[in-house]
Design a protein around this ligand. Structure first.
Ligand code: NAD
Ligand code: MG
Length: 393
């Protein structure tokens, strides 16, 4: 029986994880669940999974949550609040696996704490890896943590790696990664119309149902940019050896091209429970609840090169990883601010890449030599981004 802590339990990945956990209650016991503010969903999850601990980051909501459980079946649950509590629950002795599914930089310290504590880290929170790069990978190596990617593409690549593959290691026979992308909702929208796309249009992903931030990232293809950086770190690859491929059917979730000419692909219906169940059962397999892929329904698979003019965010991600140092941290921070401002209808969709590019131009790619340095770059880039947005309007 393994103990699991789910960081970001109330989000899209968190909910899918609990769906998989419920199918395997003989193998997994929920030790801790965390949420930022959504105490109604969290309450239902507590009733269903009876965790020992709950973190509600928002203090007011945590108080309301305590009231809510007072005379309930889960009145014994220990309720904590504040961001620091995320690190406490992700390093508890009876926690074996940590699902890192908080969105954005808010997940960095708890994901990193799990890695430092030598846990099995099921990593959905790609922003934490993009921000902290080598520091994260070094923490994994030093503690002996197991790092298993949840992002569907990276999970696919991991599955296409040789048996016994350890994240971060170099596979010299793997000459290229083909990182697939759906292309998002604006794959074919005339470029001149992108200026006026609405929030509702941007978050309506054609293939995947996800949180709002990652949905916008998919629409700008910054999601693929962050994934490019994530892949460089997880698979010890140069960005020049990673080709982004638009595959609009989202049946193949990525491929590895080997020196002998073999190309291995992982396929499946686009449902995050596939990579989640893979990582939870690894190195075995168990059921995910996802419908089997009906190959006769697929009929056709298309592959195309993305246009960096249509998707400037993808170009910026290539530039950031090639520059190295703190530049991926800056890219991520500027993107988080720009996406948030877009979601709040304060900037246009096409302003997102403009803000990021201007912000990056204000930084040099200093070596990211400590966590403090990274957190400082993150903060400075956020301040810069707000300033740029203010000057725009
Ligand atoms: P979401 O918005 O649905 O959920 C986010 C979760 O994080 C919620 O539980 C929320 O309570 C928590 N959270 C938000 N802000 C927080 C804060 N400041 N402090 C603590 N907790 C906070 O997001 P999601 O779609 O589930 O994505 C989660 C992560 O997984 C992201 O990094 C995303 O890139 C990655 N991911 C998601 C998918 C997907 O299909 N949804 C696929 C691949 C990767
Ligand atoms: Mg992905």
């Amino acid at each position: 029986m393994k103990g699991i802590c789910i960081l970001g339990a109330t989000g899209s990945i968190g909910v899918s994880t609990l769906d998989v956990v419920a199918r395997h209650s003989d193998k997994y016991k929920v030790i801790a669940l965390t949420a930022n503010t959504n105490i109604d969903v969290l309450y239902e999850q507590c009733i269903a999974h009876t965790p020992e601990y709950v973190v509600v980051v928002n203090e007011e909501k945590a108080e309301l949550f305590k009231q809510k459980i007072k005379n309930s079946a889960v009145s014994d649950t220990k309720v904590m609040s504040g961001a620091k509590s995320l690190e406490i629950v992700s390093t508890l002795d009876n926690v074996d696996s940590v699902m890192a599914a908080i969105v954005g930089a808010a997940g960095l310290l708890s994901s990193l704490a799990a890695a430092k504590a030598g846990k099995t880290v099921l990593l959905a929170n790609k922003e934490s890896l993009v921000m902290s790069g080598d520091i994260f990978m070094q923490a994994v190596r030093e503690s002996g943590a197991k790092l298993l990617p949840i992002d569907s593409e990276h999970n696919a690549i991991f599955q296409c790696m040789p048996a016994g593959y350890v994240a971060g290691n170099d596979v010299k026979e793997a000459r290229r990664i083909l990182l697939t992308a759906s292309g998002g909702p604006f794959r074919e929208t005339p470029v001149e119309e992108l200026h006026d796309v609405t929030v509702a249009q941007a978050v309506a992903h054609p293939k995947w149902s996800m949180g709002r931030k990652i949905s916008v990232d998919s629409a700008t293809m910054m999601n693929k940019g962050l994934e490019l950086i994530e892949a460089c770190l997880l698979f010890n690859m140069s960005p020049d050896d990673i080709q982004v491929v638009i595959h609009k059917q989202s049946i193949i979730h990525s491929m590895v091209d080997y020196v002998d000419g073999t190309v291995l692909a992982q396929m499946g219906n686009p449902d995050m429970r596939v990579p989640i169940a893979h990582a939870m059962a690894w190195p075995d397999r168990f059921e995910s609840g996802v419908e089997p892929l009906n190959i006769f329904d697929v009929k056709q698979m298309d592959f195309a090169e993305p246009s960096l003019e249509r998707f400037p965010c993808l170009r910026l991600a290539y530039e950031a990883i090639k520059a190295g140092g703190i530049m991926p941290t800056v890219l991520n921070a500027a993107n988080e601010i720009a996406v948030d401002e877009f979601l709040n209808e304060r900037i246009k969709f096409t302003d997102i890449s403009v803000v990021i590019e201007q912000c990056m131009s204000n930084f040099s790619a200093d070596k990211a030599d400590s966590l403090e340095h990274i957190l400082d770059a993150d903060k400075q880039a956020r301040d810069q981004s707000y300033k740029i947005i203010k000057e725009m309007s």
